[in-house]
Design a protein around this ligand. Structure first.
Ligand SMILES: C[C@](O)(CO)[C@H](O)COP(=O)(O)OP(=O)(O)OC[C@H]1O[C@@H](n2ccc(N)nc2=O)[C@H](O)[C@@H]1O
Ligand SMILES: Nc1ncnc2c1ncn2[C@@H]1O[C@H](COP(=O)(O)OP(=O)(O)OP(=O)(O)O)[C@@H](O)[C@H]1O
Length: 284
């Protein structure tokens, strides 16, 4: 087999448009209800398929993340083990998403690796099997494999596709790393939002149950959110640190970005119900 080069696999960001924590399971994981939408903005991965089974990664990530801890390498190894393929891959990652930002960059990279390699290695797993594999790597991986905006329950793996308005967002990434595990372990995290139906949730005011705790612990997050709220309905995504403001048009979002203090870092992107990864897969 000749070596195959396959370029331009997107690993988009996600937003949690709301995030409710309904309880804590015996294994420590939390039951939640959340609404996921993708952004037309994210990391990019390239793959070279090799006939030796080695997985190697080249990236612009900080060297503090060892390859063995990288979710891309973990995803590729997991797919190899699961399918018994003897093929390997050389992978290039162009990291654009803020890390530990609640926009799911690591999970999205893992999902893109599973979806792309399953196609390029011709290992034939269906989306359900890939999502089950992905869940072993992180609670957010299945949504990126699912590829459609969704209402999620369970620990984030029970997904119901939804079609919701595709607004423009200004996302601000405060210069702090929020540990998802630490937020979920925190004694002050509210864990008692009652579960309600999707219909009720879609017409309610949206909130993020982690937001107050994270804003209290990280003044940079509170500051970014307070600034955004002057311009648009705004919230935190996931367990932070990113916050987003919602705009009807690209122009409004860009005008707000232009006024943003230079001490903040942010980007404008459109929300999308169909993941850019799905669109790339159908071009394969
Ligand atoms: C908060 C969300 O971003 C919402 O989309 C996700 O639920 C987090 O997903 P993730 O980053 O893929 O999280 P994981 O890597 O699976 O878990 C990190 C840590 O968060 C905690 N965790 C995560 C998800 C969940 N439903 N309950 C939890 O308690 C666990 O302590 C876990 O050790
Ligand atoms: N490919 C990767 N990209 C980014 N982070 C990675 C990757 N592989 C492993 N990690 C580790 O995962 C941590 C969290 O990454 P990520 O950027 O996905 O956080 P996040 O956006 O808060 O995710 P979530 O919204 O799922 O909680 C990083 O700090 C890093 O140590």
């Amino acid at each position: 087999m000749t070596q195959t080069l396959s370029l331009g696999w997107p690993a988009p960001a996600k937003l949690n448009l709301f995030l409710h924590i309904n309880g804590r399971r015996a294994d420590g994981y939390h039951e939640l209800q959340t609404l996921f939408q993708f952004l037309e903005h994210g990391d990019l991965l390239d793959f070279k398929i090799t006939t030796v089974s080695k997985i190697s990664l080249h990236s612009n990530l900080p060297s503090s993340i060892a390859d063995a801890d990288n979710l891309i390498v973990k995803a590729a190894n997991l797919l190899q083990q699961q399918t018994g393929t003897h093929l390997g891959a050389e992978i290039w990652l162009d990291k654009k998403l803020p890390m530990g930002g609640g926009v799911g960059g690591g999970s999205s990279d893992a999902a893109t690796t599973l979806v792309a390699l399953n196609s390029l290695w011709q290992t034939g797993l269906d989306n359900q099997q890939l999502a089950a594999l992905g869940l072993k790597l992180g609670a957010d991986v299945p949504i990126f494999i699912h590829g459609h905006a969704a209402f999620a329950e369970g620990v984030g793996e029970k997904l119901q596709a939804v079609d919701i308005p595709e607004h423009w967002y200004l996302v601000i990434a405060p210069d702090v790393h929020v540990s998802t595990a630490e937020i979920f372990q925190h004694p002050d995290l509210p864990r008692d939002t009652p579960k309600v139906s999707l219909t009720e949730l879609l017409s309610a005011n949206w909130k993020n149950d982690c937001q107050t705790l994270v804003c209290n612990a990280f003044p940079q997050v509170a500051k970014a959110l307070a600034w955004l709220l002057e311009y648009a309905p705004s919230r935190m995504t996931g367990t932070g640190a990113c916050v987003f403001g919602e705009f009807k048009t690209q122009q409004q979002a860009l005008e707000c970005l232009a006024q943003m203090p230079t001490t903040f870092h942010g980007f404008v992107a459109k929300g999308t119900n169909i993941s850019p990864l799905q669109r790339r897969l159908t071009r394969c």
